[in-house]
Design a protein around this ligand. Structure first.
Ligand SMILES: [Mg+2]
Length: 232
């Protein structure tokens, strides 16, 4: 057996993070429609936020929409951040092919874990919904170990190995982000696979930041994880 445990990243690996962002923007839009004196509807505010996202990225959306609504940025910004981070994203769901793969891995007696970065309450709300009907062996929210143990820290991967009952070299981590996903696992001898469906390129700064293997579709990933196990 090639691996005893398979550990996944969450955002943009097992589900589309854009669906979470849209869900958060909708909740923020509902709030802003309720406090604005301008009689602007939820849909219009939501559309404005999506326009800002497309034009400027995620960092300026709340500032842009508050300025557009002529609301005081300093007065409202943290309220919007709070709504966004704490809302329950009921519309998000696992990628269907990834969900099938998770079930398949379980049927092959592989242990399955998650290591995910981000504000704890935000990520916890996501995992509560995404895995409501699927029992995994461990879900590590790196934020619960402290912000200094977000990826690429090795600590969440050590904890995951312990909870999954495997040595790091018997486990593999699958993630989409070459900036931070591979160094933590590889520094403790864990294998790392880059989930790269859009065929992005990346200049890795050092050997330990590189993945062992790159996959661009679910068939390749399945073959790497299960096919190689069946070959043993
Ligand atoms: Mg990710």
């Amino acid at each position: 057996m090639k691996y005893g445990a398979v550990i996944f990243d969450l955002d943009d690996t097992l589900y589309s993070e854009a669906t979470f962002v849209e869900s958060g923007f909708l909740e923020v839009s509902k709030f802003l429609a309720s406090v604005s004196d301008l009689a602007v509807g939820v849909d219009e505010i939501y559309g404005k936020m999506l326009d800002s996202l497309r034009l400027h990225g995620r960092g300026k959306v709340f500032n842009d929409v508050l300025e557009w609504l002529q609301l005081n940025v300093q007065e409202y910004l943290h309220t919007l951040i709070y709504i966004y981070r704490n809302h329950s994203p009921r519309n998000i769901s696992l990628d269907s092919e990834m969900k099938e793969l998770l079930i398949d891995l379980k049927n092959h007696q592989l242990r399955i874990g998650i290591v995910t970065d981000g504000t704890y309450v935000t990520q916890r709300n996501k995992t509560d919904i995404l895995f409501h009907d699927l029992i995994l062996d461990c879900i590590i929210h790196t934020d619960s170990l402290g912000e200094h143990h977000w990826k690429p820290s090795t600590e969440p991967f050590k904890v995951a190995s312990k909870l999954l009952g495997v040595n790091p070299n018997q486990a593999v981590y699958i993630g989409d982000n070459p900036v931070k996903d591979f160094k933590g696992p590889r520094c403790i001898g864990m294998h790392a696979v880059w989930w790269n469906p859009y065929h992005k390129s990346f200049n890795f700064s050092d050997e330990l930041s590189k993945p062992d293997f790159i996959v661009s579709n679910i068939q390749m990933l399945r073959k790497h994880l299960i096919g190689s196990q069946d070959d043993q």
